[in-house]
Design a protein around this ligand. Structure first.
Ligand code: AMP
Length: 448
């Protein structure tokens, strides 16, 4: 098995990696560090949680260190990130991995005053981590000068697209020298992303790690079929189990996130909400409370949560099924950072069955259904079901063959119940495709 020492990293970087407690490179680090050190362009299909920040930060730090620091300092590396949170985390990673080097970095993003950021840029930095909007403002004011950037990293490119930043990204790239190294990461590679990648990458090394079907392997997943109005009582009930120590709850809308957090607090469960309408300071505070264990639950929307790097998330609750099936994988990946296992629970209301079906198709797994506890509204008219199983104890049964076999197998069919008697009284039929309402994806996207 490869060690960091085998990847030709210099001693100051090996030392910080050791101090981080990293024993071995993750697969993406194993594949990425060498080509980036050699100056190659790279197209990486990977999501957060795979160790991708170190995969690009370590070789980039080494490349910067290998030549004398220019005086005055200027931006030699630009990292573009879709969200402020991810930008801050990337900045922190550069600081941690580069602590034995003399390089300087700064992070710029919107929603906060510009002056400290402008001041840092005027003093001179080697590495600039930025969200596209604020960076364009700073470029227009000639505060950020990018004419000497030798390395560009575009992180979470598909999220840039989702958030409507692709145009801004192209404008930023228009300000960079053509002769540069470009490292491009995206969790998914839809058409628009591939076309951007084609435009800006030269003969890239292509790397793909942890495709969704294998990421979810380590996570114990389960599902409740529950009425819309039963969701909150079910969440409250689940939270009676102390095993749900640090729980990330995903809602589809910002309003929904606020409502769930408020209701939890009214029920004496300390919770914060995090989403795009919150001020930067409120988002940071919510994240910090969650990281430090001051709040037990963080309620988030997909966009706000992407890239949040919180270790020790014990449970992820999909309070609403995601609009885009890939987001299910991103969500539950929060509970399995860097190879750890985790527990993911999904609530599916009758009008979300189509989304559930899309998720199960993507992960090639039928999520085991758990009976809804008595007294909570659920779509089946039968009795409430058996007592609530304890989370954090044994993982839910995994009814399917391992990934290698499963990957090739078609989506497994739902076992047919015996005639006249459902197999599990509390579990309603899972994919009543024939009666499903029309797709609401577009409506939801516009109103998020
Ligand atoms: P990322 O995908 O960059 O967001 O990283 C996810 C998490 O994995 C972070 O908490 C990192 O500190 C951690 N990590 C990165 N590389 C390693 C490694 N080689 N061994 C263990 N943990 C790692």
């Amino acid at each position: 098995m490869t060690r960091f020492e085998d990847l030709h990293l210099i001693e100051p970087l090996l030392r910080s990696v050791r101090e981080e407690g990293y024993d071995r490179p993750t697969p993406i680090q194993h594949q990425t560090i060498r080509p980036v050190l050699e100056g190659r362009d790279l197209l990486g299909c990977a999501q957060t949680g795979t160790g991708k920040t170190a995969a690009f930060a370590l070789p980039i730090l080494q490349r910067l260190q290998s030549v004398p620091i220019p005086q005055p300092r200027h931006v030699r590396v630009l990292v573009l990130s879709p969200t402020r949170e991810l930008a801050s985390q990337i900045g922190d990673s550069f600081a941690r991995y580069g602590r034995y080097l003399q390089l300087r970095h700064t992070v710029v993003f919107g929603g906060v005053g510009q002056n400290p950021q402008a001041q840092a840029l005027r003093l001179g930095v080697d590495i600039l981590v930025a969200t596209p909007g604020r960076l364009l403002d700073l470029i227009e004011q000639r505060i950020a000068k990018l004419d000497k950037v030798g390395i560009l990293v575009l992180d979470e490119a598909d999220r840039m697209l989702d958030m409507g930043f692709i145009h801004d990204v192209r404008r930023v790239i228009g300000n960079l020298p053509k002769n540069r190294q470009t490292v491009f990461f995206s969790a998914t590679l839809p058409h628009d992303i591939m076309s951007l990648a084609k435009d800006i990458l030269k003969n890239p090394v292509r790397i793909e790690v942890t495709p969704p079907a294998t990421t979810v392997e380590k996570i114990s997943q389960s599902l409740y079929h529950v009425d819309k109005h039963g969701k909150f009582p079910l969440l409250r009930q689940l939270l009676k189990d102390p095993a749900l120590q640090r729980t990330l709850v995903f809602t589809r809308t910002k309003r929904g996130a606020n409502k769930v957090a408020e209701q939890l607090n009214l029920n004496f469960v300390k919770a914060d909400a995090i989403h795009g309408n919150k001020a930067q300071s409120a988002r940071e505070r919510a994240l910090e409370n969650f990281k430090r264990g001051l709040s037990r639950v963080l309620v988030a929307t997909d966009i706000a949560a992407r890239g949040i790097d919180v270790d020790g998330v014990t449970h992820v609750v999909n309070y609403d099924m995601p609009d885009v099936p890939e987001n299910y994988v991103h969500r539950i990946g929060r509970t399995a950072r860097a190879g750890a296992g985790g527990i993911a629970i999904a609530f599916c209301a009758p009008d979300e069955r189509e989304e559930l079906h899309a998720v199960e198709k993507l992960i090639r797994l039928k999520i085991p259904v758990r009976p809804v506890p008595p007294g909570i509204a659920h779509p089946s008219s039968g009795p409430g079901g058996s007592p609530l199983p304890k989370y954090g104890a044994a993982p839910a049964p995994r009814p399917h063959p391992p990934a290698a076999t499963r990957a090739a197998a078609p989506h497994p069919p739902t076992p047919a119940p015996a005639h006249g008697a459902p197999a599990t009284p509390a579990a309603p039929p899972q994919h009543p495709v024939a009666h499903k309402p029309p797709r609401r994806f577009l409506w939801r996207k516009r109103h998020r």
